[in-house]
Design a protein around this ligand. Structure first.
Ligand code: GRF
Length: 223
């Protein structure tokens, strides 16, 4: 079986990168993590990738005159490693429509919210401020507009009364680590197809629901 040569692009700690690398350790996983690439040479995730035996590279966006120049270098590195697929995992740069077009249908991103709600930054804080009861994470194909593109997988988590942005982020992040490898597996094994703005073909159970509040958990009377 030939495995899809995948690059993970990071800017920071790389916990989703860890989850993808761990999943791809299994020889039967349909993607091989052939490169971890960062726009920040000091990203903590780079050292972790190296320690896991994955090739790493840094393309520092700060030394380029503009986005096109930065992306040309990025593209050169990706071609050097014969990369076929990209997973963005906490990569904090926007791409030009030209670069997105080059990787159309071959680039995934993970976002810490149930898209299309809460695009952009500070998703957990905004979800708490809005009082939503269910929050979550989304893996989607990358489109030119930020946090848009066909959705491959989502995970929902309850929002608890005493949540802070940090506790909520941790609950969401644990699910990110589950759905990102799952989404890459589905895409890399051609188990799903893009149909307009939808990704079809993935198995789903029609009776799996998350209801919040959960009245089966010990109810308490509010005095
Ligand atoms: C994650 O919350 C991801 O959803 C967002 O950036 C964060 C990256 O975290 N895009 P990590 O670097 O994978 O730990």
């Amino acid at each position: 079986m030939s495995r899809l040569r995948t690059a993970i692009l990071i800017s920071g700690r790389g916990s989703n990168m860890d989850a993808l690398i761990a999943a791809a350790k299994d020889r039967n996983f349909p993607a091989d993590i052939a490169l971890v690439l960062s726009n920040r040479p000091d990203a903590p995730g780079l050292a972790k990738a190296k320690a896991a035996g994955v090739a790493t590279a840094a393309v520092d966006h700060k030394i380029y005159a503009g986005r096109e120049e930065f992306e040309r270098s990025l593209q050169l590195v990706l071609e050097t490693y014969r990369i076929e697929f990209i997973c963005l995992a906490g990569f904090m740069r926007m791409f030009t429509p030209g670069f997105v077009g080059l990787w159309r249908g071959r680039m995934l991103n993970i976002h810490p919210a149930l898209l299309p709600s809460y695009r952009g930054l500070d998703t957990h804080q905004r979800a708490l401020a809005d009082g939503v009861k269910i929050h979550g994470a989304t893996v989607h194909f990358v489109a030119p507009e930020m946090d848009e593109g066909p959705i491959v997988a989502q995970a929902a988590v309850p929002v608890l009364d005493d949540d802070t942005p940090q506790t909520l982020a941790a609950r969401v992040l644990a699910q990110e680590h589950v759905i990102y490898p799952m989404a890459l597996q589905l895409v890399a094994s051609d188990a799903v197809r893009i149909d307009g703005n939808r990704v079809l073909g993935a198995p789903a159970s029609d009776d799996a629901t998350l209801v919040v509040p959960d009245l089966t958990a010990a109810p308490r009377r509010i005095a």
